[in-house]
Design a protein around this ligand. Structure first.
Ligand code: NAP
Length: 247
């Protein structure tokens, strides 16, 4: 999965799945922009780790929910490395509650980051990718966007939205040789799932055919494949990385 000479932006790369994706893309030779919103120290650590291995990485602070900050992020990648070949829209948040207790702010913020943030970054990146006649956009959804989950009506709406958006964009950009695909993780061991109670985790594991929660690397490997030339004839697809949870 040779990514030498490719330039990649990974949103929400200071932690969890995004961190693993950024590291894996850099190890395959890509120059990587590590985007973060608040965890500057963690982003700096990842950059330092990659630079120490003679890999190429920069960090950039931006809230992807902001149209102008998303534009600055994408423009920075092009300014720094001359082009943008890969965009991984990974930044995501949850704010769970049953609908009777969920506030309007809970809904708006989750949709703003997860869905509008994906649209913002894709719109700005597409401008460059269409001119280059080359690009790969990978959007991180969730199996919750496919099957729903009580207490996550805002999150499920945002992640279903990412799938509809990605399929439409795949159709729009295919003529310019820009592929758009979705990866839908199941339960992956990160801070996002770190608050779940031990007995609840056991219950989840019992429902996963492969018998375990996923690791960030399980997701990163599939994303890296989709970013590579090996996936040149794949667009508009949703790939579940969930140990078989929603078979
Ligand atoms: P995580 O450990 O909580 O990390 C979230 C990342 O997103 C952090 O780097 C955070 O950066 C960044 N972020 C949050 N809001 C942002 C914003 N407005 N602008 C830019 N960056 C922002 O989450 P994760 O578990 O790795 O999840 C990564 C993605 O996978 C998300 O889209 C999530 O919905 C999806 N997913 C996760 C699971 C799972 O089981 N973990 C399952 C399905 C889907 P700062 O800390 O710097 O703010």
């Amino acid at each position: 999965m040779n990514l030498i000479d490719k330039v990649a932006v990974v949103t929400g790369a200071s932690n969890g799945i995004g961190r693993e994706i950024a590291i894996m893309l850099a190890k395959q030779g890509a120059s990587v922009i590590i985007n973060y919103r608040s965890s500057a120290e963690k982003a700096e650590e990842i950059k330092a780790e990659l630079l120490s291995k003679n890999l190429r990485a920069e960090i950039f602070q931006a809230d992807v929910a902001s149209f102008s900050e998303a534009q600055s992020l994408i423009d920075y990648a092009v300014e720094k490395f001359g082009r943008i070949d890969i965009l991984v829209n990974n930044a995501g948040v949850t704010s769970d509650n049953l609908i009777m207790r969920m506030t309007e702010e809970d809904f708006d913020r989750v949709v703003a980051v997860n869905l509008k943030g994906t649209w913002n970054c894709s719109k700005h990146a597409a401008r460059y990718m269409m001119k280059q006649r080359q690009g790969k956009i990978i959007n991180i959804s969730s199996v919750v966007g496919l099957v729903g989950n009580p207490g996550q009506s805002n999150y499920a709406a945002s992640k279903s939205g990412v799938i509809g958006f990605s399929k439409s964009l795949a159709k729009e950009l295919a003529k310019r040789n820009v592929a758009v695909n979705v990866v839908a993780p199941g339960f992956i061991k990160t801070d996002m799932t770190g608050q779940l109670a031990e007995d609840w985790i056991k219950e989840i594991e019992n429902n996963i055919p492969l018998g375990r929660l996923g690791e960030p690397a399980d997701v990163a490997k599939v994303v890296t494949f989709l970013c590579s030339d090996l996936a040149d004839y794949i667009t508009g697809q949703v790939i579940n990385v969930d140990g078989g949870l929603v078979i």
